[in-house]
Design a protein around this ligand. Structure first.
Ligand code: HEM
Length: 247
């Protein structure tokens, strides 16, 4: 009985505990991402400036605290699973379908993490400082709106990436493929397509095609477009995975 309980502190036990903690902080991060995209942004757009500044000061600043630290905790616990689980002892892991699936999920999740700390939080800090300053009777910062737009585009891109990201995270252990390995040329084709899709979308989120509405940026025009883009992307990506690798 005691020995069984102590198994929780074996390598497999730590892998399990990391997995549990990972899903816990992962849902906290992505739940807040969806709150920002689907609830806060549309609500703030309908508020008058004074009410919005008050909400940015009291509500958005708190939500952003949980959001960015949950993002960090998700990366740390995710890397812990990788460290503790047995698969990594086998160097062929990243040539297997589960290894390629988790590598794709991690590529998307690390990009989302970089967007959280490097784009969303960096620009939102200015937006929050401006809201507090204006509420205290100070002059508005003329750059705040443009910086807010940059944060919004990265946030909508994260919502888009979140759909395929979760497919590959969960698919790693649960895709219904019997086959474990695939050929080197199939892997090369898969990674070329993956890097192109990922690169074009992330470049767009960072403003490579401008920050104005329309054109490529139609996917960032509102949260419904971002949601549709996310679902389409998830279907396309899992299709590429299935048809290129799993045959
Ligand atoms: C860079 C960040 C991340 C890393 C390094 C990472 C790493 C991992 C690893 C190694 C696994 C185990 C895969 C397996 O063998 O089954 C996993 C599973 C999972 N991850 Fe992540 N992950 C990251 C981000 C995220 C995010 C943002 C979420 C959002 C909710 C998430 C949710 C999940 C879920 C639900 C599972 C499946 C658990 C299961 O099937 O038992 N991960 N992740």
């Amino acid at each position: 009985m005691l020995a069984a309980a102590l198994d929780m502190f074996s390598k497999g036990g730590w892998a399990y505990l990391s997995r549990w903690g990972h899903v816990l902080v992962g849902i906290t991060w992505i739940g807040l991402l969806y709150y920002f995209n689907f609830v806060q942004v549309p609500s703030f757009a309908e508020m008058d400036a004074a009410a919005r500044n008050n909400a940015i000061d009291k509500l958005a600043s708190r939500a952003l605290w949980w959001f960015r630290w949950a993002a960090l905790a998700t990366v740390v616990t995710g890397l812990m699973i990788l460290y503790f689980q047995e698969q990594l002892d086998d160097m062929d892991y990243f040539k297997s379908l589960p290894g390629i699936s988790i590598a794709t999920g991690i590529l998307l999740a690390l990009t989302m993490f970089a967007n959280v700390w490097g784009v969303i939080w960096r620009n939102q800090k200015v937006v929050i400082a401006n809201a507090r300053n204006v509420a205290a009777g100070g002059e508005p910062d003329p750059n705040a709106a443009a910086l807010g737009r940059k944060a919004l585009m990265a946030s909508r891109q994260n919502a888009i990436f979140s759909l395929p990201m979760l497919i590959f995270m969960v698919g790693t252990s649960h895709f219904p493929y019997d086959q474990l390995f695939t050929t080197g040329s199939k892997r090369a084709i898969y990674w070329i397509i993956t890097i192109v899709i990922w690169g074009v979308l992330e470049a767009g989120a960072l403003g490579a095609f401008g920050t104005k509405a329309g054109g490529f940026n139609v996917i960032y025009d509102d949260h419904k477009n971002a949601l549709i883009a996310g679902f389409v992307l998830a279907v396309v990506w899992v299709g590429v995975f299935s048809f290129v690798l799993a045959r």
